[in-house]
Design a protein around this ligand. Structure first.
Ligand SMILES: [Cu+2]
Length: 491
């Protein structure tokens, strides 16, 4: 047993060294073993009767992404079958920097036709995802689930179901970004059709908990700066939704991933009540409700049981500030499935921090004193569509220097009129304050900081390197809201 571990650890080291040195090669020592294959491909997806060219990350069975059992290592061989460069980020895993998949920071992009091996020690389990970190490829669905199960045996006779969500546009994302930067599009006028502009940051959710965030008095908040053509759940619109067949009274564990480029969502269980049991793949004290917010890049694991008897229960995914929605249908017996419009009657409420303030992590975090507290100011978003972190808008500009072994507390202070889902690479963090209220909050990798609001996080510097720290709204990220944190002594 010890022999095997040592050999595997050694292989991981070789693969890392090989990658750093040569970039493009399949390591011969690893090549002798079987690595699960992921193929990045072009595909045609029909959306609302129109063909669209999008991407896919397919496994050996032709499915999207990975659904794997936890092991000591994460192992994958990725082949780029596109006619352009790309690079995958394993969102939710904290690999050595060389495998993190951020161009320039962690290594070179993959050229067309290139194959690359990923072998590294991994302790993370849960609902994660993989996506391109190159340009705007994520908008074109270069993303897939990455599910790492702790056990092969389903708990509580649960039927597991993974739901990957996307905001979809027929437009060229580069054109959308150019329009935003040119002062056009929805952002320029700050007036959206369909009531997508709101004059408060109040959370209108049915969460019950009091909202403790301060609404902005003067500045109208901008909810969505892009208009999408459709929302997709597992590639499908509500015109032809996925119908998941279950036993009567069947139990589910839904693993829901918001793979949207620019849309925060509400999960609406309709008549059903569910228990949120994990966020970003990390266990939380179960929260019972019918509606849960899910910001860009976040994941939610929801446990629920169908009522006895036959029936069909829609689970909807509704964009904040818009009427667009997607969904799946959970069905038991032969119950008919009623048609549901992909437009709700009225725009959905804005996602706030009411749920975040209620979350209590079940992950044990070691007792370490905070050695440094700092502030990260989220700024910009004027007519030039330049977004900033601590006033900086250069790609990967250094925000903080970290020392290994220390704990950092960072207050994310959003001075802009849009919400920003902030993602730190290479580390999980714990939410320790929502607005001014201290909480024993969730452990996550992505947290939403609403307009003119504050969230405070703590994390331990335990993975040396220079790591991306950015807004996961890809148009913000590509317009300046992409900085880095660097360990002292890191290149
Ligand atoms: Cu943002």
């Amino acid at each position: 047993m010890a022999m095997t571990m040592n050999r595997r650890q050694a292989l991981g080291g070789i693969a890392a060294a090989g990658l750093a040195a040569a970039g493009a090669k399949v390591n011969p020592a690893v090549a002798a073993e079987h690595l699960p294959l992921l193929s990045i491909e072009n595909r045609i997806l029909e959306v609302k009767g129109r063909a669209a060219k999008v991407f896919a990350i397919l496994n050996e069975n032709g499915g999207h992404g990975f659904n794997m059992l936890a092991g000591e290592e994460f192992r994958a061989r990725v082949v780029n079958r596109l006619g352009e460069e790309t690079l995958l980020h394993w969102h939710g895993l904290n690999p050595p920097l060389v495998f993190d998949g951020v161009p320039m920071l962690s290594g070179p992009t993959m050229k067309p036709g290139e194959t690359r091996d990923y072998v590294f020690k991994n302790r993370e389990t849960g609902t994660h995802w993989m996506h391109s970190h190159v340009g705007l490829q994520e908008q074109l669905m270069l993303a897939a689930p990455l599910i790492i199960r702790e056990s092969d045996a389903p708990l509580h006779d649960e039927q597991e179901h993974v739901v990957m969500l996307h905001d979809f546009t027929f437009r060229d994302p580069a054109e959308i970004l150019a329009e935003l930067k040119g002062g056009g599009g929805a952002h320029g006028g700050h007036a959206m059709p369909g009531g997508q502009m709101d004059h408060s940051t109040m959370d209108h959710s049915a969460q019950g908990a009091g909202e403790m965030t301060m609404p902005s008095m003067n500045m109208p908040s901008m909810v969505n700066d892009i208009e999408f053509d459709a929302f997709l759940a597992n590639d499908r619109t509500l015109d032809d939704p996925e119908v998941v067949q279950a036993e009567k009274g069947g139990r589910f564990r839904l693993r829901i991933i918001n793979g949207s480029a620019a849309s925060n969502l509400w999960i609406d269980l309709g008549e059903l009540e569910g228990e949120l049991i994990a966020v970003d793949g990390k266990a939380v004290r179960p929260v019972r409700d019918r509606r849960f917010p899910l910001a860009i890049a976040q994941r939610a694991d929801i446990r629920l049981a169908l009522p006895p008897g036959s029936g069909a229960w829609p689970i909807l995914f509704k964009g904040e500030g818009t009427t667009l929605q997607s969904g799946i249908i959970l069905r038991s017996g032969e119950a008919p499935v009623a048609k549901i419009s992909d437009r709700a009657e009225k725009p959905e409420a804005i996602v706030g921090l009411a749920l975040e303030a209620r979350l209590r992590s079940l992950v044990t975090v070691p007792e370490i004193a905070v050695s440094r507290s700092d502030m990260l100011m989220l700024g910009g978003g004027g007519a030039d569509y330049v977004w900033t972190l601590n006033g900086k808008s250069g790609m990967h500009e250094k925000l903080f220097t970290l020392r290994e072994g220390e704990r950092y507390e960072i207050m994310l202070h959003n001075m802009t009129n849009m919400a920003h889902p902030m993602h730190l690479h290479g580390h999980y963090f714990k939410v320790v304050a929502v607005g001014m209220q201290r909480v024993d909050g969730a452990v996550r990798d992505t947290v939403l900081v609403p307009a003119m609001d504050m969230v405070t996080i703590q994390f331990d510097a335990n993975n040396p390197g220079t790591w991306a720290f950015h807004c996961h709204h890809i148009y913000h990220m590509n317009s300046g809201m992409m900085g880095s944190v660097a360990y002292a002594g890191a290149a």
